[in-house]
Design a protein. Structure first.
Length: 240
């Protein structure tokens, strides 16, 4: 805009006001534009700003003024929901939920007291902070905070974690380059989880442990079922 105005002022301009001009009143233009924008939005709520501006043949500023001030709309992202389930899957989840509820009604808090959840996850040696984690409150005149960009490390390991209602019982690293195969999972149960339950949760060990785990192939293997049966640990049903 400065580059456009500079030659005009060199030629003798002395005012920054618009020159008088004839044309359709602004209010009438806004009314027509509002109808056009409303119609386009009703056709497809996912239209982008660029698409509407192009189809309505208006400026981006006019479009944003109409959609935010006149129509009072804002664009929001869709909320992620669990994937769609078939009727059989819904029925299976209901059976599991009803079974657990009856189990809880029979035992009460004792059911939760002897429940041990086991899960696996990938971890990296270094995870950079998210932008939201480094956000700061600042005054309008304060300088904008800056942060160097860091890349997460390429080295990652699989971790197995076991926890109950009182917190984490134990964790274990799977050997680098391998996954939680049946042999590794059995080793975790026998040489890591069992000793830690005896040491940290002696009352839990005496109350018959209930294992809550997903239905990974390694969890349902024969060697794992054998060690669970040996300790008398029962696996709670899941719908995964």
């Amino acid at each position: 805009m400065v580059s456009q105005w500079a030659p005009n002022f060199h030629e003798g301009w002395v005012s920054i006001q618009d020159d008088p001009r004839s044309g359709q009143p602004v209010t009438a233009m806004d009314c027509t534009s509002m109808i056009i924008v409303s119609t386009l939005l009703e056709e497809d709520l996912r239209k982008s700003c660029e698409e509407i501006v192009h189809e309505a043949n208006m400026s981006t500023v006019s479009f944003f003024r109409i959609v935010t001030q006149t129509l009072q709309k804002r664009k929001v992202a869709a909320k992620w929901v669990p994937h769609r389930l078939s009727e059989e899957q819904k029925a299976a989840r209901k059976r599991v939920a009803v079974g657990l509820l009856r189990h809880y009604e029979a035992e009460g808090e004792q059911l939760l007291n002897r429940n041990v959840a086991i899960d696996e996850t990938w971890i990296r040696d270094f995870e950079p902070q998210l932008k939201s984690q480094s956000s700061q409150w600042k005054h309008a005149t304060s300088p904008h905070p800056k942060k160097c960009r860091h890349q997460q490390s390429k080295v990652k390991l699989m971790m197995i974690m076991a926890y109950d209602k009182n917190g984490v019982i134990t964790t274990d690293r799977v050997p680098l380059g391998s996954t939680v195969a049946a042999a590794n999972y059995r080793k975790f149960l026998q040489h890591v989880l069992c000793p830690n339950i005896c040491q940290k949760r002696s009352a839990l060990f005496a109350a018959d442990v209930l294992i809550f785990q997903d239905k990974a192939r390694s969890h349902a293997s024969g060697v794992v079922s054998e060690i669970l049966e040996k300790y008398g640990w029962q696996v709670l049903p899941t719908h995964h």
